[in-house]
Design a protein around this ligand. Structure first.
Ligand code: SF4
Length: 347
């Protein structure tokens, strides 16, 4: 089995609103393995960005952590629960062991500072490097994301959107963290630049052995970049699997509907199947399976009985993590599940 880098157990993130408690992340369990690229997918509002922020303990009021454990096992052999540790201990881990490329990060660069000063700020704030040493690191970091050393002397407004995004990625990897979490790293970029960003992230994993979590609703990015995909719906994970399995043989009806809604280039033209209904509100998730109001395979027990996220095919090859799914279509047997026959996904 691959080595575990990050364990998330029963994580809850809530927001107090005037209309009540919003349960944006509600009981998430997830394991991230060293060296992999894990995609987190799902519709807008499903809680994936809140999950990413919670892992870094960056949830701000009125949001707060409602419970759970986020345990990081860095390369140095230590282990830290990022939710219960002292803030000073979390600061020691941030950027050195765990860094973040936030959503819309290219707009987070300071417009009145040269790029190299933004690097030195981040490096000196999270390490013992002097400003001079930090400045010396900048050309190599820019090279690693495919940018020339001259970019160091430029201001953000002199860079294209794709260049700014690569600068943000370079700042995130400056201290060679074990894990980088990138939230919607390709949003608002044209497809050619998206391709460059995807290639940059893939190269970083291959050359530096970095582990990446990519949060995006764009299934094409998952298909291009990720080793495994975790699908979120209504504040919880409903399926996790190898990227090939997710796209070729999705188990959960929500994952199947997501895959079915991706336009295909070539082949017979067919009408795309959308997902009926609306995403539920985090103020009042549906009882039982949260997907039941929209599920085409809903059964009587789905209305009241919440399915647990459990592994499938436990007798299958032991070389990697089993696919896991939360759905009553897969009956539990002695705490594990067996697969049932599936309708083929339209190609
Ligand atoms: Fe559909 Fe029931 Fe499975 Fe939920 S548990 S996805 S409602 S079949």
């Amino acid at each position: 089995m691959p080595e575990t880098l990050l364990e998330i157990a029963d994580l809850h993130v809530h927001y107090d609103t005037v209309r009540g408690k919003s349960r944006a992340v509600d009981g998430v369990n997830l394991t991230v393995y060293r060296g992999e690229i894990l995609g987190i997918s799902g519709e807008s509002g499903c809680g994936k960005s809140t999950l990413a922020a919670a892992v870094l303990r960056l949830v701000k009021p009125p949001g707060y952590i409602g419970g759970g454990v986020v345990r990081l096992h860095p390369r140095d052999g230590t282990s830290i629960d990022l939710l219960s540790a002292e803030e000073s201990d979390v600061r020691r881990v941030r950027w050195r062991r765990l860094s973040y490329v936030p959503q819309g990060s290219m707009n987070s660069l300071n417009p009145v500072m040269r790029i190299e000063d933004q690097f030195t700020d981040a490096i000196t704030a999270h390490s013992n490097f002097s400003k001079r040493d930090a400045r010396r690191m900048v050309p190599e970091l820019l090279r690693q994301v495919g940018l020339g050393a001259h970019v160091a002397r430029m201001y953000p407004h002199e860079l294209s959107g794709g260049m700014k995004q690569r600068v943000c990625i370079a700042i995130a990897i400056a201290l060679k963290p074990d894990l980088v979490i990138a939230d919607e790293p390709t949003t608002a970029l044209d497809v050619n630049v998206q391709r460059l960003i995807i290639q940059t992230l893939a190269d970083l994993r291959d050359q530096m052995g970095m582990t990446l979590i990519i949060v995006t609703h764009d299934m094409a990015v998952h298909a291009e970049l990720c080793d495994r995909v975790a699908v979120m719906y209504a504040g919880d994970i409903v399926e996790v699997g190898d990227v090939r399995q997710i796209f070729k043989e999705p188990r959960h009806p929500y994952t199947r509907a997501l895959i079915h809604s991706i336009p295909k280039v070539g082949g017979v033209r067919t009408r795309l199947g959308g997902i009926g209904g609306n995403a539920p509100s985090p103020l009042a998730w549906p009882q039982g399976c949260r997907f039941h109001p929209r599920c085409s395979q809903v059964m009587a027990r789905c209305f009241a009985d919440t399915p647990r996220l459990l592994p499938l095919d436990t007798t299958a090859n032991g070389s990697g993590p089993s696919p896991i799914v939360a759905c009553h279509l897969y009956p539990e047997q002695d705490g594990s599940r067996v697969t049932t026959a599936l309708t083929p996904v339209p190609q």
